[in-house]
Design a protein around this ligand. Sequence first.
Ligand code: PEP
Ligand code: MG
Length: 889
Amino acid sequence: MTTKWVYAFEEGNAAMRDLLGGKGANLAEMTGIGLPVPPGFIITTEACLAYLNQGEQFPEGMWDQAVTAMGELAKKMNRQFGDNSDPLLVSVRSGARFSMPGMMDTILNLGLNDEAVKALEARSGDARFAWDAYRRLVQMFGKVVLDIEGHLFEELLDRIKAEEGIQTDPEISAQGWQKVTQWFKDLIKKETGEEFPQDPWQQLERAVEAVFKSWNGKRAVDYRNATGISHDLGTAVNIQTMVFGNVGWDSGSGVAFTRDPSTGERDLFGEYLFNAQGEDVVSGARTPTEVHHLAEEAPEAWKTLSTISDKLEKHYRNMQDMEFTIENGKLWMLQTRNGKRTAAAEVKIAVDMVDEGLISQEEAVSRIEWFQIDQLLHPRFDEEEVAKVGVLAKGLNASPGAAVGKVYFDADTAEEKAKAGEAVILVRPETTPDDVHGMLVAEGILTQHGGATSHAAVVARQLGKPCVAGCEGLRISLKERQFEADGTVVKEGDTLSLDGGTGRVFLGVIPTVAPSFDDQPELQRILDWADQIRRLEVWANADDPDQAARARRYGAQGIGLCRTEHMFLGDRTEKFQQAVLAAERGDRDEFQRVLDDILLPLQREDFYGIFKVMDGLPVIIRLLDPPLHEFLPALEELVEQVAILKTQGKSDPQKEALLATVRDMHEFNPMLGLRGCRLGITMPELNTMQVRAIFEAACDAAKEGTVVKPEVMIPLTSHVNELNRIQPLLEDVAKTVMKEKGIEVEYKFGTMIEIPRAALTAGEIAEVAQFFSFGTNDLTQMAFGISRDDAERKFLLRYADPHDLNILPTNPFQAIDQIGVGRLMQMAVDEGRAARPDLEVGICGEHGGEASSIDFCHRIGLDYVSCSPFRVPVARLAAAHAVINEKRS
Ligand code: PEP
Ligand code: MG
């Protein structure tokens, strides 16, 4: 049996996206549910792949099937394709599995030629329309199929307007369009040496080939690389009977979303133009009218559109992005798809759809992607700073977020500068698919023309990039590489700040502030639902009461890591140095005095603050981890200072003594040196001071009625004997303090698992430790034998770049290496729990806030993940997704 390469719209449905592409599957679905869709058919994605894999040959039988399908169309429309006396005209559009905005082009009015255009003129009684239609075909064919640069056509359009003394395309006369058509044909001849094909079947064949080839075009490949879409899907081709929005003022074209794609508000959102085709609406050449005006200007079409909008939403249970054309008052649907939207809209729509009974809470949770939560919690501009600077220009708030960067006026330069590490704002008169590579790397996008559904707006929303569109106050000069706004000239390389949420543009850098979680009630509802689904608890890494308070507001259920070394920084460094130097001198009395009199009270205060904030929740406090010389001046610095003094014939005995100490403490591999529990073992006074501070603070807070659950964490254990040595000593301190204070609190002693040997001997270690916390930063460094901070600068990013060395699938410091490091973790969980069934196990390395790692932690049965306070909302969602994923697989 020969393969079926071609499907009529009646033969498909929405479930056939893989084969028919998104657009085709939805056209088929709309046809199936009885909506007014111009008849057509789809050539499958498999045909595209076969074509590309067979040296650019149509697969056997495909063309015959397409010809037969055209015959069926002819019967339905009562017109023949290729009949120059009454031509059937079609559009050819690409449509891949995933919609890729503006990635591949459309060709309209196929079937026209020098003869058929006259028949179209006679049929419509409108010469202007007929010649405009023909020139569009020649122009699109020239651009898309023959690869002629678009601006060459645009220049001829400018020429005719100059000749006719007019400003806009709709004013061009019938004779003008006729002339332009000839110029376009001449241009094609000049650029390619061939004539524009007069044979409609040849037009069709070449258009289909062009769609197939565009799958491997640079733009499409760049976009797929950036968004992680597979290169092996191929695109379908949609061939559809033309309906015309430009046959007079009772016709038009528009784009509408069933809900507002920026805010999620439940109200039709969109734009239309009378006497125009679809491309006129998105090109920004004419300013479209807001869709609600249809209610007065074309009431019948408005009623149909509103009804269809409701029907499509109920049918798809998702917000739809629709394209429609009105031909002599009758509304036709040309496309529907799930609409691209901002993160805020995604969340609001999901919550509203639960309230409307369209979807379940679980479905709402599963629809939100982790990075959307991240976007909602991105910094915003500080309004106090904004007030000082003043607004340079204002445009449409096309895609929210705050962006700061240097201005560049073309995508290639933007890409080059971004690669060199600059933050870039791409400024364009308007964007087209040719600009997407620049948009991908830009912090934000600013356009002079175009509306809320313009290319720039749609793509920016999808990419989650701030965008201000249609900023008509700018006067961009691409030639001089500058723009002028309100009397200010901004040159290439100047810095701008863009507020995509309000459409404001500022000169210079506006500082940002942390976002507010409290005024995002819909986000909170989604996360509450996520909490009901997830099994993993979400804790936070926090080093002070402020961070702990933020973590709690964001929903943290405990502190998984309080890094106490951060408490010895800033103005406390000097005090800590005093202790270190005394210890190194062997002056035990002075060492103890600094610890007891100076550092203990400070630490107690730190811990007390955290316990108060975390009332009722566990708090894991890690004993000092880094090597002590990190708190002293750098060796090179001291050497230099002492040398300079010497050349001046001076000396500073104190500095020289300090230098001697630092030299003495110097290690070749400090990360593998005297740090973690090794410090505590060789210098137990440090740890006993910290444990005393923890328990004094805990007891003080408990006496005030606060429920405290301190958990003391010993870092960098490699051998159980390390714990055997230090832990009983520290437990004694805890007990002594509680006795002194006359109050008992619930507590635990446990350890980090961050050295492979600890994971391999977890059974022994769990005999002593009451909890494990995976320090996957160190565990990854030591499992790979890679020093993160050095490697990320040198080779690691290249290792994980699929276009470069491609040795690792991802950077293992971002996402857990499940096969290697993950195996160590799994082993440690299993053996640890075998030795101690109620062993508490979590993760506090950076991976604790990363979605794929959280999914892994769920699967290997951890009790919690701990991450930075800002990541807590993301982790709550990702932990729920882990449960949903597990159910689905
Ligand atoms: C770790 O190693 O994963 C960890 C949390 O400790 P640090 O990053 O402080 O070394
Ligand atoms: Mg560590």
